[in-house]
Design a protein around this ligand. Sequence first.
Ligand SMILES: *[C@@H]1O[C@H](CO)[C@@H](O)[C@H](O)[C@H]1NC(C)=O
Ligand SMILES: *[C@@H]1O[C@H](CO)[C@@H](O)[C@H](O)[C@H]1NC(C)=O
Ligand SMILES: *[C@@H]1O[C@H](CO)[C@@H](O)[C@H](O)[C@H]1NC(C)=O
Ligand SMILES: *[C@@H]1O[C@H](CO)[C@@H](O)[C@H](O)[C@H]1NC(C)=O
Ligand SMILES: *[C@@H]1O[C@H](CO)[C@@H](O)[C@H](O)[C@H]1NC(C)=O
Length: 621
Amino acid sequence: MDLMWVTGLLAGLFALHFLQRRFFPYLWIDARYLWKVVRYGLRIELYKVTGRVVTVVDDFMRQAQRIPDKPFVIYQDQVHTYRDVDRRSNKVARVFLDHSEVKKDDTVAMLMSNEPDFLHVWFGLAKLGCRVAFLNHNVRSRSLLHCFQSCGAKMLVVGEDMLGTLEEILPNLQEDNISVWVMSKDTPLKSVNTVMDKLESVTDEPVPAKLCQVTSIKDATLYIFTSGTTGLPKAAVISQLQTLKGAAGIWAFGGKEDDIVYITLPLYHSAASLIGIGGCIYLGATCLLKKKFSASQFWTDCKKYNVTVFQYIGELCRYLCNQPVREGEKDHKVRMAVGNGVRTEVWREFIRRFGDIKMCELYGATEGNICFMNHTGKIGAVGRSNMFYKILLPFELIKYDIQKDEPIRNEQGWCDHVKKGETGLLISEVSPKNPFFGYAGNKTHTTKKLLCDVFKKGDVYFNTGDLMVQDYDDFLYFRDRIGDTFRWKGENVATTEVSDIIGMLTFIQEANVYGVPIPDHEGKIGMVSIILKPNETLDPKSVYEQVVTYLPSYAQPRFLRLQETMEVTGTFKQQKFRLVEQGFNPSSVPDPIYFLDGSEKSYVPLTMDIYDRIQSGKIKL
Ligand SMILES: *[C@@H]1O[C@H](CO)[C@@H](O)[C@H](O)[C@H]1NC(C)=O
Ligand SMILES: *[C@@H]1O[C@H](CO)[C@@H](O)[C@H](O)[C@H]1NC(C)=O
Ligand SMILES: *[C@@H]1O[C@H](CO)[C@@H](O)[C@H](O)[C@H]1NC(C)=O
Ligand SMILES: *[C@@H]1O[C@H](CO)[C@@H](O)[C@H](O)[C@H]1NC(C)=O
Ligand SMILES: *[C@@H]1O[C@H](CO)[C@@H](O)[C@H](O)[C@H]1NC(C)=O
């Protein structure tokens, strides 16, 4: 998440007294927020001037000196203090230093789930000056291999619970001479190295500090995978600047040193790693880490560990609201939640049931160069802008043609701003002060996210792919996503990736994938419309086999529509638009519709009965 509020905001302070008249109701909230932004911004400016960057990992080591005995991570009832994590990450660094070829500036990929060793490996590699790529462990086989290859890693570190996933790609990795390390004492896999047995024999003394010295704030430090507008996941380049900004997020919302931050989101996403873990380090706070989110366990954990802050995505709040009501639901110490995507009605219900928790919304793409924070607390808004903010973070909302799926150009060929209250595409100017670091590998990915010649010749903007509205009070609201991705269960789904996988089946001529809205759910659910090859019949079981084998569950289309022909008129994109509009109601769509049924291990005809049960929420999606 790129928290753009940090960039040189001094101008904001200088002009504060002008703020009062124009932005009266939010003056002090804006000012307090600006003050924090400015303080943090100054620190970052200092790094730029001196060329000596104190990275998040440096911060961590400082905290380990300052508060060695303070719990840093609590995981499955085990307490790991700052000193513990520091020492164990030293050991991990030593193992790789002594037993592998890896050296400063190499990229190393990690395939691990949420556990303390995720942090030990991450910090250990960072201490060696390596760049670390966090692989999404829901992604399998071919797509996973693509992810690994796209970040140019020479080495892969695999958690003990990920060996099944590893085996799917191991032959390909070994063909490329990739050095593979698993977090266990021994392994039956051939030519795979083990970490745990070596850990015992190395010292926990720090590795030479010069290895992880960083001189430029723009240096890449991590790769985090995101589904872009097309194709397979892409490795977004995360610079030191972005990790430092992310780490200040919880603090900017009012986090404190004695907070206990509950992280149930996957660490391979920027929200949990940069904002959650980074935020705990910045504050010197404690993180309660969970392998996987569990709605039924959530409040039990919060009470047991005195959790004060948690991270959410919209779905998480909804799942909690869907839990049966229990005694004493407001009886906990949680005061704040940081995340994004909570819908207004869910938020109201959440507060009603679980008490007065401050919901801090923030908006930002992992790779983007813009961010908003809901620092005033307006319900439903992702953030608020004012003229100072805008000077420093030059974002615009432009007119967008949803049917053609592209920005509207006027007669002169330029884009137009939307008026306040109208929906537009959010774009942000790319400049040296507001850089966009792009993706690893093929440059076409990076250029595809950019819009050029928007308002004048030669200007460049980052296309967020999000439609937003700015109201008359300058609050910003999220409306929809454009293009070939949709969001489901907090993950981006790239439609082309899904249609490539389904298109591999021999009886399929063409597969068109899109997301359809569904009542009482955030995001959109996947649907595929297919055309068969001549004289072929649909084999629903093999479609099922294909999608569950090759796609993570959030990307598996739940609905399948069997079309005779794709419409010949109009562009490909227009067809998609119409398909989305028609949805999956069997009484109004003229084609056969199928539903992915896990218990039948197949796609089954979507009857009116199933449809009604989906609409009424009786079938869980
Ligand atoms: C892998 O290593 C072997 C033996 O050292 C070498 O012959 C081969 O060319 C290497 N392959 C690649 C893809 O580097
Ligand atoms: C939570 O707070 C209570 C009261 O302040 C305290 O007695 C208890 O030990 C705390 N629990 C943990 C796990 O820290
Ligand atoms: C924004 O934050 C405030 C508290 O600061 C909260 O009351 C409000 O609900 C939040 N808005 C959203 C959409 O979460
Ligand atoms: C990058 O990707 C584009 C489109 O997928 C392809 O045409 C081009 O050849 C690729 N370039 C390289 C250097 O791989
Ligand atoms: C499909 O079947 C029909 C009738 O059996 C036959 O005439 C036609 O040539 C077949 N088409 C293809 C592409 O195999």
